[in-house]
Design a protein around this ligand. Structure first.
Ligand SMILES: NC(=O)C1=CN([C@@H]2O[C@H](COP(=O)(O)OP(=O)(O)OC[C@H]3O[C@@H](n4cnc5c(N)ncnc54)[C@H](O)[C@@H]3O)[C@@H](O)[C@H]2O)C=CC1
Ligand SMILES: O=C(O)C(=O)Cc1ccc(O)cc1
Length: 361
């Protein structure tokens, strides 16, 4: 692929453009808000000048409700040899395009399974998709040339292609992305009116559970509006667990000992089912879940501390598999949890101690 047109230069469009531009593709950037395209261009994602002729691939990276119109417009202009969208929902936009009578042979629906709770070009990064699944939904009608262009885009973004049927994709993301977004927002909503003294106690657990609650509500209304049935089905299952859990908790307050033990069993059951589900979440880069050991290091909240730890771990010959950072509220200190292969944990601990780091047990 030598040329691309990115329509919608927000988080996803600009991230893809940065990856393509960084690998030598000439990228043209358009957005209905010209300032967004200018910002993306200033970040090195390409040029906001229009292409002179037909580009190889047009990437439609606008909110789901605007995909069909943006795509139909670009196709009418004959802007590209192939067209691909990145919307989080695949069935709805495809049906809209079919209803509009658009020739879909030059189009492929896609969805990079990577994002952020922030929007816009300033949140973009060239490595956003690295090692992450990128779903492609070709049909019998999709031109092989277009599928190949899509595979090239995924490879240039260093993502991992996953081919799926559009409706199966929508049911899958209802489970792994759309319902979690709602549940995260609902937990975070409890904090809105909470006492400041309670909020000050927030630790890493609630930070993990509510991270995506900071997402843009307009974008999510759009995404959920395009996938309401599958999300309602998954959420109904969560609601039934919630009702059962409330009943179990009430039983724990009962005078009768056997009712209390039934309550405890109910709570244990939901927690155990949670353990089993969590164990199925793939590890880094979609690999099988790995059990790492954690080495916890105390750091002061100063610039360069993290870089220093990583450099010291590297000098000790240890590969860090994953990392979490816990900030203590109101303190100039935190704890960095370095996750490593179990055999590397003692090596890392010794290397860090030797270089003066304080480890937390
Ligand atoms: N945010 C995320 O984490 C992920 C989002 N997606 C999908 O990627 C697409 C883009 O999302 P983000 O980049 O997060 O949103 P964003 O809000 O950062 O960017 C969207 C951009 O599209 C522009 N736009 C809207 N309508 C347009 C139109 N008709 N023509 C041209 N430009 C238009 C907006 O001005 C904005 O700059 C959505 O379809 C979303 O479902 C996919 C994976 C992850
Ligand atoms: O921030 C995260 O961890 C996400 O999971 C973001 C995300 C949001 C929307 C998508 O369609 C895909 C990924």
């Amino acid at each position: 692929m030598r040329t691309a047109l990115v329509i919608g230069t927000g988080l996803i469009g600009t991230s893809a453009a940065l990856a393509l531009a960084g690998r030598g593709v000439t990228v043209h950037l358009v957005d209905h808000d010209a300032a967004q395209a200018r910002t993306a261009a200033a970040l090195g994602a390409g040029t906001d000048a229009p292409p002179e002729g037909r580009v190889d691939l047009a990437v439609i990276a606008v909110p789901p409700a605007h995909v069909a119109a943006a795509l139909a417009g670009a196709m009418k202009e004959g802007a590209a040899r192939g067209y691909l969208d990145v919307a989080s929902v695949k069935g709805g936009p495809r049906r809209e395009l079919e209803a509009a009578g658009v020739d879909l042979s030059a189009y492929i629906g896609s969805h990079p399974m990577s994002g952020k709770e922030r929007s816009g070009p300033l949140a973009a990064s060239a490595d956003l998709f690295e090692g992450r699944p990128w779903v492609l939904t070709p049909t019998r009608d999709t031109d092989t040339e277009v599928l190949n262009l899509a595979l090239e885009l995924v490879a240039l973004c260093r993502a991992v292609p996953v081919v799926m049927d559009a409706d199966a994709h929508d049911r899958a993301v209802a489970l792994v992305s759309h319902t979690p977004q709602l549940v995260s927002s609902m937990v975070a909503a409890r904090l809105r009116e909470a006492d400041e003294t309670a909020v000050r106690l927030c630790g890493q657990g609630i930070r993990d559970v509510t991270r995506i609650a900071a997402s843009d509500p307009r974008m999510w209304v759009d995404i959920l509006s395009a996938n309401p049935g599958p999300v309602a089905d998954v959420l109904a299952g969560v609601a039934s667990d919630l009702e059962e859990t409330v009943r179990s908790l009430r039983s724990l307050q009962a005078a009768d000992a056997s009712e209390r033990s039934a309550g405890a069993a109910g709570i244990e059951d939901v927690l155990r089912r949670g353990n089993a589900g969590r164990a199925r979440v793939p590890g880094k880069h979609g690999a099988a879940p790995a059990s790492y050991e954690t080495v916890a290091v105390l750091i002061s909240d100063q610039p360069g501390e993290l870089a220093r730890i990583f450099a010291d771990a590297g000098r000790g010959g240890v590969n860090i598999e994953d990392v979490r950072i816990e900030h203590a509220t109101g303190q100039q200190a935190g704890v960095v949890q370095l996750m490593v292969e179990p055999s590397a944990a003692p090596v890392l601990s010794a290397a860090l101690r030797e270089r003066g780091w304080a480890l937390r047990q």
